[in-house]
Design a protein around this ligand. Structure first.
Ligand code: RIB
Length: 312
């Protein structure tokens, strides 16, 4: 592995549309002093409801970071689904490929956030499990980048990524939440973005973050980005070069959505033609900013906030 290089800002060069295929969840957040042990009942210190779901969060993060974004998702014919449509309209996201299903409710997430800002999340897929494959495949046409995660059906993402590959459109797979994946999908991911837990599961072993990224990189044409919390983020390319973006120190109120903020800003920079170092820096800044406020969507930073923090 070659020596790590540190990041250096540069200007974006062109605009590009990002298509996000992914989930929407209504997040119910309970704040607790600490996480309960098995069989234990704890009193929460507060409760909130926020927009969430990794796909929607990443779409909102990219839109706020300055991208043109289209979302492929599925919601129920219920109040939570209507709230989601209002969110996307307000964020300027093209939701023409969002399906409203009569037979399934909008996805739900129950999130515990402890005093350190760490979280534990349980999701109920609902309509997320029925994102229509045909809409996802059709939506990729003309995209600069297609982004997906693992809260919607793997087969749908695989079909959309195959269509993107056939059209020469790059794909970014965020392999979250952690699970084993079919080789077919991994082979179609031009860039894989994972945290240490997700990387270790895919490799069936643990190692230092840059080694995990480097071990996964050969399967992906544009390499692997590994987000490692306080250790920053690593982008390992197939040629052995590893770019490192140091973590940005910040107060942590709630880390929910920090990974989504990273991906939204990172994907935006890539779709706009930025170099690896700059894209990593934008992602790291956005991820840190997203830790300062409660909830996923309320914490996702705007372009102005990312610009200001990037220059510090
Ligand atoms: O990445 C954070 C998200 O994970 C939450 O918004 C929750 O809905 C789950 O999808």
């Amino acid at each position: 592995m070659r020596p790590l290089r540190s990041v250096a800002p540069e200007r974006e060069s062109s605009m590009g549309r990002i298509v996000v295929i992914g989930s929407y969840n209504r997040d119910t957040v309970l704040r607790v002093a600490r996480f309960p042990r098995p069989g234990e009942t704890l009193a929460a210190t507060g409760m909130d409801r926020f927009h969430g779901g990794k796909g929607s969060n990443q779409a909102v993060a990219a839109a706020r970071a300055g991208a043109s974004v289209a979302l492929v998702a599925a919601i129920g014919a219920d109040a939570a689904g209507r709230d989601a449509m209002a969110l996307w309209a307000g964020e300027g996201i093209d939701a023409a490929a969002v399906s409203t299903l009569d037979s399934l409710p909008t996805g739900e997430a129950l999130i515990l956030v402890d005093a350190r800002g760490e979280n534990e999340i349980v999701i109920l897929a609902g309509a997320n499990a029925a994102v229509p494959e045909g809409l996802a495949v059709a939506a990729v046409a003309g995209a600069a980048l297609v982004v997906a995660q693992l809260e919607t059906p793997v087969a749908v993402t695989e079909a959309a990524f195959r269509a993107a590959r056939a059209q020469g459109i790059p794909t970014l797979l965020n392999a979250a939440p952690a699970r084993e994946l079919p080789d077919g999908l991994l082979a179609l991911a031009d860039i894989l973005v994972v945290n240490e837990t997700e990387a270790a599961l895919l490799l069936s072993r643990t190692a230092p973050p840059e080694a995990l990224a480097a071990a996964l990189a050969p399967r992906h044409p544009r390499g692997v980005v590994l987000t490692a919390g306080a250790a920053g983020a690593y982008w390992a390319r197939r040629d052995g070069v590893v770019v490192h973006a140091p973590a940005i120190l910040t107060e942590v109120v709630d880390s929910t959505g920090a990974g989504d903020a990273f991906i939204g800003a990172f994907a935006t920079a890539l779709a706009q033609g930025s170099a690896a170092e700059h894209a990593m820096r934008r992602g790291a800044v956005a991820g840190a900013l997203a830790c300062r406020r409660a909830g996923a969507v309320p914490s996702l930073p705007t372009l102005a906030e990312i610009d200001a923090a990037t220059l510090q």
